[in-house]
Structures are given as structure tokens and as C-alpha cells.
Ligand binder design. Sequence first.
Ligand SMILES: Nc1nc2c(ncn2[C@@H]2O[C@H](COP(=O)(O)OP(=O)(O)OP(=O)(O)O)[C@@H](O)[C@H]2O)c(=O)[nH]1
Length: 433
Amino acid sequence: MAEKKPGFFGRLFGKKDDPATDKAEEVAPEVVEDAPAIDAEAPIDEPIDAPVDQKSIVTEPEELTIVPEPEVSDVPPSQAAPASPAPPPVPTDVGVEEAPIVNAAADAEPPEPEPEPEPEPEPEPKKNWFQRLTSGLKKSSDQLTDNIAAVFTKKKLDDETLEQLEDVLIQADLGIDTAVEITERLAKDRFDKEISVDEIRQVLRDEVAKVLEPVAQPLMLDGGHSPHVILMVGVNGSGKTTTIGKLTAKLTAEGKKVVLAAGDTFRAAAVEQLQVWGERSNVEVITRPTGADASGLAFDAVTEAKAQGADVLIIDTAGRLQNRDELMAELEKIIRVIKKIDETAPHTTLLTLDATTGQNALNQVEIFGKRANVSGLVMTKLDGTARGGILVAIAKKYKLPVHFIGVGESIGDLEPFAAQDFAEAIAGASDVT
Ligand SMILES: Nc1nc2c(ncn2[C@@H]2O[C@H](COP(=O)(O)OP(=O)(O)OP(=O)(O)O)[C@@H](O)[C@H]2O)c(=O)[nH]1
């Protein structure tokens, strides 16, 4: 398992001890007043499963990246806390004289014994990051290995099995190039020989790791910029805002002063969602009323974050489909406007990709890459998808750095991308050498 690399932000910025402070009052008052009240129905509430203990973020940054928030509970609230037994019914139609208390007690049936309280279920042992990654990618790896096993009924590697194996790998979204490389390597080394599924998984793991290693790069924050501007882009629902929330928690835990900008000015709920994440890390969220110009907000946010001496400004943007030309043009405008203040900004443009979208993610990288000059990727929702292989195809084709992957909705479910861990998890090969 590759070594975890928390602390790279610290190394880049040096040990500037500037814990984020509550800047909520500094948001322009008229903006706060204009902001609509939080809608209890809004989907933003779903991932917010427990308030974050801010002290633990600041004082125990190492823990933050590893220990997840409690999972969103499937247990309905009624079961989570057993209700106290109902009080005995009070007779209302019996007068005091007609119902002598002593006799009533003597005649009464012996009281039912108190039901034994249900034993508390054993708390699930906390999974480490690699275990969560492996269980997140289980669907992908199970499907892959089942299909490989189905191909290798004959045990001998011949042309037919190689061809079938290639199909299986392509169906797993790994991409044609990687599929061909894997089968070619097998053909070269093992043609006409007996081979087991484990041996194939081993080759699969090694080849996937080879593709991913060059792109597994930590997010580098350039301490020379104040602030380092991160622009978050991607299609609707790909996980931009959630990733910003998780990333902010990491950065503030390292003592960085972070400011957020709610660039999705189309949807009040999107602004509120970012505000909730901002509160969790106790950072300021710059907002404008719904319908305001997103590039104007970006301009103000860079100006404001600069004035505050923030280390990092993260600008959220509205989700947009890559084939909507006018929306992509709006994104280009946001970037142009940011450059008016700092021509080197945005210093990082992160494209969030939803792993469950499969092949369409390739097209997203292509178009966002060209129009927004994407500098790095975050792949979200790798938990529970059978399509995790797409990251391999993207890495092979575009060679863009992959900084983080998300395997859940909670604050701790974002980790720097580690090629070897991913390769092992997707090949289901942690048990083969
Ligand atoms: N399972 C899982 N869900 C995630 C992950 N990341 C985000 N989500 C969920 O995906 C949904 C969409 O996430 P958002 O962060 O709102 O996505 P967005 O890109 O900001 O969405 P728009 O503002 O509509 O463009 C939310 O329900 C998140 O909780 C992840 O890694 N795993």
C-alpha cells in the first residue's frame, strides 16, 4: 500500500500558523440578507451526517484524512434510539371511589416482566483508507474477475481466450489501449501455457499501476500566490461542491486560510450547500444573490481573498454539460475575468468526474480540458460503481494529473490518489503477489 501523503500542503506553504477563523460576519451583509433560507428538503442535507468537531480538524490533521465521519446511517431514527416503554394506560372512565387503588393492584395480573433491552449492535470496526477503497471498487473488481474467470474455462491461453479477455477488459472501461497491452503481455509471456485467474489479475494490476503511476500526483499549491486560486469545474452532480467541502477540511486542517466562492449563481440550493460545507470548516463563503453574474462573483472573490491574505480561494461553478456551448463559453468568461486580477490564475483548474458515468467521462475531459484548461482531475463516487476502470482509460489517453479520488459523501472520503492502491483494488489483487 502506497504511503499516504498528507502534509504536502504544509510542506509547500511552510508552517504558517494561521488557523481559519470564523469570517461569517465579513460576508457582505446585503448578500447574506438576500440569501434564501436553507430549505430543509434540499439535497445538501443528505451528506451532512454529523457536525464536525472543528478542534479535532485543527489539532489532529493526520486523523482527519484517515478516520471517516460515521457513515450515513441506514437505520431510521426510530430504530437508532429505542423508544421508552409506553406508560400504562390511565383509566379515565372510572371514578376514584369505584376504583380502590389497593384492590385494583391486588386483582391485577402480575406485571409483565420488563422486556430485555436489545443488545447494542457491535459497532462496525473502522475501515482504513485502503479497505474503504477496496470495498468501494469491489463492484468494479468483482465484475472484472468474474468475467475473466468465465473466459478461462480452458485454462490454456490461446488466441480465442486472449480475444475474449480483451473484450472483458474493454467492457470494464479500461480502454482499448490498456486492454491490448495487457493481452499482448500475456500472449508474449504465457501463450499456450496454463494460466490461473490470479495470475491474470496480477498482470492486470501491474499494467494498471503502470498506466496510473505517472498521473498520481499530489495537488501542488504554489505558496507564491496569495491566494492560490482553484477553479472547480464539471458536469452537473459530478461532486464539485462536495469535493470542495472535503478539500477545504483538509486545507484548514493544515492551517491554511481558505476562502470559498459560490460560483453557481443559478441555484440557491447550490449556494446553501457550499455554505454548509463552509460552516463545517469555519471558512468564509463569498456569495451573490441568485441570478447574479458568475464571472462578476469570481472577480469579487479573487479581489476579496487577496485583500484578506487568504492562502487558497476555491471557486465553485455551476454544473454544465460539456456539449452546451453557451455554458462552456460562460466558463471561459469566468477564467478571463479571474485573469484580470491575476493573470496566472486560476492556478489549478480541477475537473471532477463522476466515476459512474463511464465512457462519457472521456468526452468531459476532452472538452473541459480544451475550454477550461483543466490542470488536474478528481474522480468521485468510486464507491459502489462497476465502472471504476474508466480512470485507467482517462489516464492513458489524457495523462492529466489525478489529484484525489472520492469514495463516499462524508468529509473524510477524499484521499490523494495512489496508483498502486487503485490498481490493486480494481484488480481485486490485494491477496495475490
Ligand atoms: N457516493 C458518493 N457520492 C458522492 C461523492 N461525491 C459527491 N457525492 C454525492 O453526489 C451528489 C452531487 O454532489 P455535488 O457535490 O452536489 O455535485 P456538484 O457537482 O456540485 O453538483 P451541481 O452543483 O449540480 O453541479 C451529492 O449527493 C453528493 O453527496 C462520492 O465520492 N461518493
